[in-house]
Design a protein around this ligand. Structure first.
Ligand SMILES: [Zn+2]
Length: 136
């Protein structure tokens, strides 16, 4: 597997790289609105985001996260979680699941169906989901 100088993130559907410079770029679409691009911190557990000043997405709103390249919906099953692929500096591959509720702090690092690490004050809300296992 390829090695990189830093952590990389990819669309699980089209494998396009989603980290440009030092941000992960995703399209966020709230129900009934146009939405916009949102920039995320590549460091897991850092929940700061950047969006355009005209972007109407508000804290507490649920959004659909889409790949900005292939427009696939990154949502996972019934839960309000979305998924991207993460390859770290050592070439190890993980699934990263994160909340689709704006402002909610819940991110999970998954390796072979098991939660390897989790981040954020709201992550406890999803633990039952992982009790069943994130791989169906
Ligand atoms: Zn894609």
């Amino acid at each position: 597997m390829k090695k990189f100088k830093s952590d990389e993130y990819y669309c699980p559907k089209c494998n396009s790289p989603l980290k440009i410079d030092n941000h992960i770029v995703l399209t966020a679409i709230p129900a009934g609105k146009i939405g916009g691009l949102i920039l995320f911190e590549p460091k897991l557990g850092n929940f700061n985001i950047v969006k355009h000043e005209t972007c109407e997405i508000r804290t507490g709103e649920q959004v659909d996260f889409l790949c900005p390249v292939c427009h696939a919906n990154l949502g996972v099953g019934e839960e309000t979680l979305a998924e991207i692929t993460h390859i770290d500096m050592h070439g190890d591959e993980y699934k990263i699941l994160f909340s689709e509720i704006m402002g909610e702090q819940a991110t999970f690092k998954i390796k072979q169906g098991k939660v390897e690490n989790y981040y954020g004050a709201d992550s406890g809300k999803y633990m039952n989901f992982f009790g069943v296992g994130p791989d169906e």
